[in-house]
Design a protein around this ligand. Structure first.
Ligand code: ZN
Length: 252
């Protein structure tokens, strides 16, 4: 068999025709595939609630969905769009003049004045995207959990601060904290309509409704903020929930 050679086709025109047909079949296959993708996109656009669709407008009325965090972060990149969402949702705010000092900065920041259970102390400056996330979390997570577990509204939110010119954990070196950019808020506890309070420090491990409320509030925050850190994360967070809209997604 040493001298055997595969016979070459003696009709090059037939070979060329077969190649053409293969190319046409491939093009038709691609067209069909894209038509299917388009059809599925159209169906998704109609059938799936907008909180799950990143290309749809963000509103403060929507429940938290798969795309909420992405949409809030994106709105933060456009100061006018971010403020329009707050205004449309009945949220009032004061502008905070921009300033920079060293590695710290207040840019695109505001103070929420109405439209959510008041933050105490008031006047906490926050970037617009952080403020947006706080309002969404307060309306769609905190109040929902309060009614589900405690049968009443939250009427005040106690915090340990938003803007603070420091590095992470107040160390002299290392990464700059999101607090240094007013892009974070540390939640200490909640005031309820009946006058009682719930504290992260005292109630986190409560097996009853108070502890369940705090865990729901943390779990819901993980779907709104980029970073959510609770007493489950480490001892430095035993008395607060750290919520921020910077860095990489982290939920603990
Ligand atoms: Zn913090």
């Amino acid at each position: 068999m040493a001298g055997y050679r595969v016979p070459r086709p003696d009709r090059p025109d037939i070979v060329r025709g077969a190649r053409h047909q293969t190319l046409l079949a491939r093009l038709a296959g691609f067209a069909l595939l894209w038509a299917l993708v388009g059809l599925m996109g159209l169906l998704a656009d109609r059938a799936i609630p907008r909180q799950h669709l990143p290309w749809k407008r963000l509103t403060l009325l929507d429940p938290v969905g798969a795309a909420t965090r992405v949409k809030a972060a994106r709105a933060g990149a456009d100061p006018a769009a971010c403020r329009a969402i707050l205004k449309a949702g009945g949220v009032d705010y004061r502008e905070v003049p921009a300033r920079t000092s060293g590695f710290c900065a207040l840019n695109d920041s505001l103070q929420l004045t109405a439209g959510l259970a008041p933050l105490q102390p008031d006047g906490a400056p926050m970037t617009c995207k952080q403020a947006l996330a706080v309002v969404i979390w307060e309306r769609q997570v905190v109040q929902t959990a309060a009614f589900a577990e405690l049968d009443q509204a939250v009427v005040g939110i106690d915090h340990y601060g938003s803007y603070s010119c420091r590095r992470i954990y107040g160390q002299s070196e290392g990464p700059v904290s999101e607090h240094a950019l007013a892009n974070a808020l540390d939640i200490a506890g909640f005031r309820l309509a009946d006058g009682t309070t719930i504290s992260v420090l005292d109630d986190w491990n409560d097996p009853g409704p108070r502890g369940r409320f705090l865990h729901q509030v943390r779990d819901g925050a993980c779907r709104v903020f980029l970073t959510t850190l609770s007493p489950d994360y480490n001892a430095q967070h035993a008395n607060h929930l750290h919520l921020d809209m910077g860095g990489w997604p982290k939920c603990a």
